[in-house]
Each structure stands twice: as structure tokens, then as C-alpha cells.
Design a protein around this ligand. Structure first.
Ligand code: C2E
Ligand code: MG
Ligand code: MG
Length: 394
């Protein structure tokens, strides 16, 4: 049986041949081309389940190819290859994700046969194969579970404001195990199930807040609201009534929105976000620095916090520009009366830098991975040793 249909595009015939050979050996049906025009034709005719593409081609570039796939509303998995450094590859991968594409991975040239084989063997993302019925059933059966990642307070001395965590959804899949959101959120968006998912996550978060309060802990939970939902004018009412039903104060829920979401329809988004604020929720601008009109959002919209995107935080150890961006963003945010949380803190050095830069909070694997609600205890906030960060069950 053929595993899948794979389409390769690279201007280097040798690379096409190499990838095709490895893929055929792994039981994939393969087509390849060295030209964009031929790629477009093949894409429509061959209907690939995986596309492997070179980022730099004489007649096009990878970003244009990604734009083409987006225009086709492609659900195919995409693997990027390039002789350029990993940073370029990762930023192209991000472009693909921003386009809502199903980015499977990146390979740096010269391609190692083992890397290609293991990427091809990696379990397939579900975007193309999961049905509305399966996702609906997963939500109904409670297979979507919520893990919580603590935000560590970096202010010194630590004040006694409530502890904060971010709710991150996972799918406890009966066959594939615990799946992270990038494996199924795309399909959720495609199938119009974002609102039921959000309701399920908010309900779990509220119940968890109640459980923590039974143990004498007042906690606040940040929930991620997908940009597509920022057109739904009744969203603030819905979330507020879920909080009320579960006896949770709206001030205990932080609404995290990414910049890209705010941009789509600013007037409508402003209406919705302002009403969230009026109802007592706090608003946080997620992945700050990755969108295109950040300052205008900060100026116009009632956010109380920004989360500096992990792409900057990850680089503070090695890159002066990243340090400049983090310091300047923090200072600007403070002048606008916003608090600052740094995401993706993976080392003690990063944490020390962020503290010195004046960030108010930090979140990242160094402090704790996202973990089940009952495992959230004081030391998950970094009060105790950092020697062994809590591990998320893979
Ligand atoms: P996000 O809201 O920016 O969440 C942070 C992501 O970074 C999480 O990935 C978290 O596990 C990961 N992370 C945290 N610390 C580190 C670190 O030190 N290093 C690295 N490499 N990663 C770190 P996760 O859980 O896979 O979620 C990915 C994205 O999926 C989230 O990004 C959010 O945009 C979305 N998401 C998660 N849960 C929900 C949800 O309930 N609803 C919606 N609409 N989106 C969700
Ligand atoms: Mg978030
Ligand atoms: Mg983020």
C-alpha cells in the first residue's frame, strides 16, 4: 500500500532525485519538478499529501510557493529545504504557519538521509484527514484536555497577587497519545469548531480555578482566543456566562489574543475586546513582535499585558538585537502602563537577563512545561530549585 503522495520541487535535479528515491523506498508515491509552473500543474493534478520544497529557486522563492498553497487552501503537509541557515528556514516555516498551512518540518542542505526518513515517518498531521464528526466527538467525550503553564513573577519582592497560569489545550487521542495544538488546531479552524473548543477550554479552566480555590489558592488563568473568533460579537457574553456558571470571577480570566487576530477587522475587534474589558476580563497581547502593527494596537486597545514572543526571548543569550528589542519593548510597555511577560524562557541566563531588563513575568520550559492542573503547585512557579523543570508527558 502507498503511504502518501509526495511532490518535490527543487531547481537542483540531484536533490529531486535523492528525495524521490528516499521517499519511494519509504513507500510514497512521488512526483517531482524543477519549475514553479510545472509545480502548480502537478499540485492540482497529483493532489499531494506532502510537499517538499526548496526555499530558493530561480523562478520563484519558497514564500511565493507558500502563498500559492494558501491560495489553494491546501491541507497538504509541507517540508521546507534550503542551503540557508536554520534561522531562515524557521522563519519561512513561521510564514507558512501564519498562512494556516500544515508545516511538517524543515531540512537543511545537505540533506541527511536519516533526517529525511524520520521526517517522512513522523505521524501525519490530521488537518486533511480528521472529520468534523471525529473532532466533535473528541470535544464531547472530553478528549480535549487542558494543561497549564505557570507564569513566574519576576518582580522583586514577589507581591501577593494571585498566581497566573496559561491554559493550553491538548488532545488526549485514543490512538496517537497526547497531541499538541499544532497537530489539530488547524483542523478545528477548518471545521468551524473553534467556538465549541474555546467553550470547552474555558469551562475546564473555570473548573480548575474552583479546584485550586478549594485548596486555598486564588489563581488566574489565561486562555487563548483564536483570531477568527474576534468577529463573534457575543463572545464576551458567552465567556462571562461560563465564568458565572462556574462561580469564577471574570478578573480571574485573562484573554490572550495574537496581534494578527486584532488586525483583521479592527472596528469589530475593538468592540469585542472593549466589552471583554468592561466585563472585568484582563486582556493580553500574545506573540508580541510577530505582527505588523503592534504599536497601534497597544495605543488603541485596552490590553493590560503584552507577551514578548519566544522568538526574541530564545535569542537573548546569543543576539544583541534580540536583547535590544526585549529591553525597548519592556520600557515602552511600562510607559504605556502595561505589564510584560516573556515567553519561551529556556535557561537560567535568559531568566536573569529578563529580570534585569525589567520584565514582570516569565513563562517557559526552564520554569515549567505546561502540566496537568493537579500538578500545579507552588514550586511550579519557580519558588524552589530550577534544576529539574517539570516535564510535560509527551
Ligand atoms: P501560545 O499561546 O503562544 O503558547 C505558548 C506556546 O509555547 C505553547 O505551545 C507552550 O507549550 C510553548 N512554550 C512555552 N514555553 C516554552 C519554551 O520554553 N520553549 C518552547 N520551545 N516552547 C515553549 P503549545 O501548547 O504547543 O501551543 C501552541 C499555540 O497553540 C499557542 O501559542 C496558542 O496560540 C495555541 N493554543 C493553545 N491552546 C489553545 C486554545 O485553547 N485555544 C486556541 N485558540 N489556541 C490555543
Ligand atoms: Mg498564549
Ligand atoms: Mg505566544
Amino acid at each position: 500500500m502507498t503511504a502518501s503522495r509526495l511532490l518535490v520541487i527543487d531547481d537542483d535535479v540531484d536533490v529531486c532525485e535523492f528525495v524521490s528515491r528516499v521517499a519511494r523506498d519509504a513507500n510514497h508515491e512521488v512526483a517531482s519538478t524543477t519549475h514553479f509552473s510545472e509545480f502548480k500543474r502537478l499540485y492540482r493534478k497529483f493532489n499531494p499529501t506532502i510537499v517538499i520544497m526548496d526555499l530558493a529557486m530561480p523562478d520563484t522563492d519558497g514564500v511565493e510557493l507558500l502563498r500559492f498553497l494558501r491560495a489553494e487552501k491546501s491541507k497538504t503537509e509541507v517540508i521546507l529545504i534550503s542551503g540557508m541557515d536554520k534561522k531562515v528556514l524557521n522563519s519561512a516555516k513561521r510564514v507558512g504557519q501564519e498562512h494556516g498551512l500544515n508545516m511538517k518540518g524543515v531540512l537543511q542542505k545537505p540533506i541527511m538521509i536519516e533526517d529525511l526518513e524520520s521526517l517522512l515517518a513522523a505521524p501525519s498531521y490530521f488537518a486533511g484527514s480528521v472529520t468534523v464528526h471525529e473532532l466533535d466527538a473528541a470535544i464531547a467525550k472530553g478528549e480535549l484536555v487542558v494543561h497549564y503553564q505557570p507564569k513566574m513573577n519576576l518582580r522583586s519582592p514577589v507581591d501577593d497577587s494571585p498566581r497566573e497560569v496559561e491554559a493550553l489545550v491538548r488532545w488526549q487521542h485514543p490512538v496517537h497519545g497526547l497531541l499538541s495544538p499544532d497537530r489539530f488546531l488547524f483542523a478545528i479552524q477548518e471545521t468551524g469548531l473553534l467556538l465549541p473548543l474555546t467553550r470547552a477550554v474555558v469551562t475546564s479552566a473555570c473548573r480548575q480555578i474552583r479546584k485550586w480555590s478549594e485548596f486555598g489558592k486564588t489563581m488566574c488563568v489565561a486562555v487563548n482566543i483564536a483570531p477568527q473568533l474576534l468577529t463573534n460579537l457575543t463572545l464576551p457574553d458567552e465567556i462571562a456566562s461560563l465564568a458565572e456558571q462556574n462561580d469564577v470571577k471574570t478578573s480571574q480570566i485573562i484573554i490572550e489574543i495574537t496581534e494578527s487576530g486584532v488586525m483583521e477587522d479592527t472596528a469589530r475587534a475593538m468592540d469585542i475586546l472593549t466589552r471583554f474589558r468592561l466585563k472585568g476580563f484582563r486582556l493580553s497581547l500574545d506573540d508580541f513582535g510577530t505582527g505588523f502593527s503592534s504599536l497601534i494596537h497597544l495605543y488603541r486597545l485596552p490590553f493590560v499585558e503584552i507577551k514578548i514572543d519566544q522568538s526574541f526571548v530564545r535569542d537573548v543569550g546569543a543576539n544583541e538585537e534580540a536583547r535590544v528589542i526585549v529591553r525597548a519593548t519592556t520600557e515602552m510597555a511600562h510607559r504605556l502602563n502595561l505589564s510584560v511577560c516573556a515567553e519561551g524562557v529556556e535557561s537560567e541566563d535568559d531568566l536573569n537577563f529578563l529580570r534585569l531588563a525589567g520584565c514582570d513575568k516569565a513563562q517557559g520550559y526552564f520554569i515549567s512545561r505546561p502540566i496537568a492542573g493537579e500538578k500545579i503547585v507552588d514550586f511550579a512557579f519557580g519558588g524552589a530549585s530550577h534544576a529539574e523543570p517539570l516535564r510535560e508527558r509527551a
